[in-house]
Ligand binder design. Structure first.
Ligand code: ZN
Length: 174
């Protein structure tokens, strides 16, 4: 296991449509997943997509924090590690929710993005078993953000407003 370098938009891999995983037995896939988890936790971040570590494969990892405050706010979802291969949004609520996002690939910035309030994500776990995850609120937002990465889409493409981190105290944060 190792921490990998997180790339920024100057690397074109971040803008490419990532390839579907076809061989779950490939030891490189398992190493990639382990490294992605380490890299996400080290950053720290709540989600990471393989293109962010310069691997053009459809793999994401997501984990909401599990400190006391997060436990109260997110309940059972706090601290749960999701590893999803070839994830797709199977269902999305009509209701949209505005919220603030950041991205490990675009350090020092925040933006306001409209996302579906809830989504059902289908995909495969690291062993190739089919999985479905229902997500609401922040977890749903993180899944949408990470799945966008697999299509070369960054949150700044969807944001109604983007600002530098040091200006944050002047901005409403929800
Ligand atoms: Zn991101």
């Amino acid at each position: 296991m190792a921490i990998r370098e997180i790339i920024t938009p100057s690397n074109e891999i971040l803008r490419k449509k990532a390839h579907k995983v076809t061989n779950f037995k490939d030891p490189k896939l398992q190493t990639l997943i382990d490294d992605m988890v380490d890299t996400m936790l080290d950053a720290p971040g709540v989600g990471l997509a393989a293109p962010q570590v310069a691997v053009s494969q459809r793999v994401i990892v997501v984990r909401l924090p599990d400190d006391e405050e997060s436990k109260q706010e997110y309940g059972e979802e706090a601290g749960v590690l999701y590893v999803l291969v070839n994830p797709e949004i199977a269902r999305a609520s009509k209701e949209m929710l505005e919220g603030v996002e950041a991205c490990l690939s675009i350090p020092g910035y925040f933006g306001t993005v409209d996302r579906h309030e809830s989504v059902t994500v289908k995909g495969y776990d690291r062993s190739g078993k089919e999985v479905r995850v229902k997500a609401v609120g922040w977890l749903a937002r993180v899944f949408q953000h990470e799945i966008d990465h697999l299509d070369g889409i960054l949150y700044i493409d969807r944001a109604s407003k983007v600002w530098r981190a040091e200006e944050m105290e002047d901005e409403p944060v929800e």
